[in-house]
Design a protein around this ligand. Structure first.
Ligand code: GBH
Length: 454
């Protein structure tokens, strides 16, 4: 079976990674501005002051979206453009930027998918403890209220948070991302819990105040275990690795750690000892009806049954292919992870991010040839199509390629190029890569092209 008729083909970005204009029009500072300007935190000291300058090149980027023929564009709103200090005073120029973006998308019949928080946390609120502060869910709800009051006459698709696993795990446990903290586990889980309360409160705020019917979800990330063989034991082992993972030295926050409390109303056992006292009272806020789950999927690993351990991770074959992020090429993550997530949570799934960084450059002929990315898209989407074919067609709602543009890849700076469109970060010139033309054809065929060719 092909993808369903109204399958949403899109592409995704995030504010801090593309906008630039860091001090334009009253935007307040975020933890990422601070972190990326701290010596030694990002590769080559790269930062998002200018990034792709999409703040000033909106029209050009919209033209590219139109050329691609996407049905939807997933972007994030920078909290401190709207509320420069995180709470309190609203900045009308910030609202105006996103008004222009949203209005022009709609005029081109492109559905806006708004990510409310994609890691650019207000610096002022961080100084007040950030997600460790028990008031942080209210701060988030206040921000969301402003967005809903202003944009919900036009926006219907809301994503409350992008990958809390990464924002909390990389930012608060490992210190590799902003705000750069390495907290003890109890504090990490406290931040995690507040983050989930913020999600729940914001869902209520959206449902109660939206002018147009809202469709609300959250975007999850984590490891993608793939059963080593088709044997039942290995399939069960992979499920265990996904949802009942063993506790390790690192928290390794998983899909289950987020989606179990948010959708099923129950924290995984391994997190319970670290939760703040009285956390049970907040479960009713955390667990809200959702319309879909967003999954960001890039890679995976194989898992097999083990009598003693329950499951074991299989070592990678020597020379296993990887992208320039050094992430293994593992197309089957687009089959197994959505399958497991749909089976467990019974909600529609959007692949809200999938893509690869590649060592692309503009060739002498002025074009960007990226056959690896084309092959990557084909291989991964064929796996998703296989899942559609096995009775999941109606639960597979859409796919967003990450990313529209080469952009600021967080701590790794500008050399990790994920875009369908090449960006020269000196001249800011955009060049559609070969993969962009391929994706355009793929969209036009609603994925049928995947069957036609090898
Ligand atoms: C995303 O994070 C971000 O949302 C986005 O801003 C960023 O630019 C993009 O990815 C590219 O980095 O399947 O077990 O092998 C992705 C974070 C990285 C977390 C891959 C899960 C999978 C490990 N994810 N990781 S596994």
């Amino acid at each position: 079976m092909p993808f369903k008729e109204n399958f949403v083909w899109g592409t995704a970005t995030a504010a801090y990674q593309i906008e630039g204009g860091a001090s334009q029009d009253g935007r307040g500072p975020t933890v990422w501005d601070d972190f990326s300007h701290t010596t030694g935190k990002t590769r080559f000291g790269d930062h998002g002051d200018q990034a792709c300058d999409s703040y000033n090149r909106l029209d050009e980027d919209l033209e590219i979206l139109k050329t691609l023929g996407v049905k939807a564009y997933r972007f994030s709103i920078c909290w401190t453009r709207i509320l420069p200090e995180g709470t309190g005073k609203v900045n009308p120029l910030g609202l105006k930027y996103y008004d222009r973006l949203i209005d022009r998308l709609l005029a081109s019949k492109i559905i806006p998918f708004v990510t409310i928080f994609h890691w650019d946390y207000p610096l002022e609120l961080y100084y007040q403890g950030g997600w460790l502060n028990a008031k942080s869910p209210q701060w988030f709800a206040e921000y969301v209220r402003v967005l809903v009051d202003h944009f919900s006459d036009r926006v219907q698709y809301w994503i409350t948070q992008n990958e809390p696993q990464c924002y909390i795990g990389l930012g608060h446990e490992l210190g590799r991302h902003a705000p750069g903290l390495q907290l003890p586990r109890k504090q990490v889980i406290r931040a995690w819990h507040h983050n989930l309360i913020a999600h729940g409160l914001s869902v209520e705020v959206i449902r109660e105040n939206a002018k147009l019917k809202p469709y609300i979800g959250i975007v999850s990330c984590g490891g993608s275990p793939i059963p080593l063989t088709d044997r039942r034991e290995d399939r069960e082992a992979a499920l265990k690795a996904m949802f009942n993972q063993k506790d390790g030295e690192r928290l390794n926050l998983s899909h289950g750690d987020l989606l179990d409390p948010v959708v099923l109303g129950k924290y995984p056992d391994r997190l319970v000892p670290f939760l703040p006292a009285g956390y049970e009272k907040e479960m009713a806020i955390i667990t809200q009806p959702l319309d879909y789950i967003g999954l960001n999927l890039y890679s995976g690993f194989h898992v097999k049954y083990d009598e003693k351990e329950g499951y074991l991770r299989e070592a990678e074959p020597v020379g296993k292919e990887e992208t320039s992020m050094e992430w293994k090429v593992e197309p089957k993550c687009l089959y197994w992870t959505p399958k497991m997530v749909i089976d467990r949570y019974q909600l529609p799934v959007y692949i809200t991010e999938n893509g690869m960084a590649n060592n692309d450059w503009v060739a002498l002929d002025g074009q960007v040839h990226d056959p690896q990315r084309i092959d990557f898209i084909k291989r991964y989407l064929k796996e998703l199509l296989k899942l559609a074919d096995e009775g999941y067609q109606n639960k597979l709602a859409g796919y967003f390629y990450w990313s529209l543009l080469d952009n600021f890849e967080w701590a790794l700076g500008y050399t990790k190029r994920f875009g369908l469109v090449h960006v020269d970060f000196t001249t800011l010139k955009r060049t559609m890569k070969d993969s962009a033309y391929y994706y355009q054809k793929l969209i036009a065929s609603n994925g049928e092209l995947l069957n036609a060719e090898r």
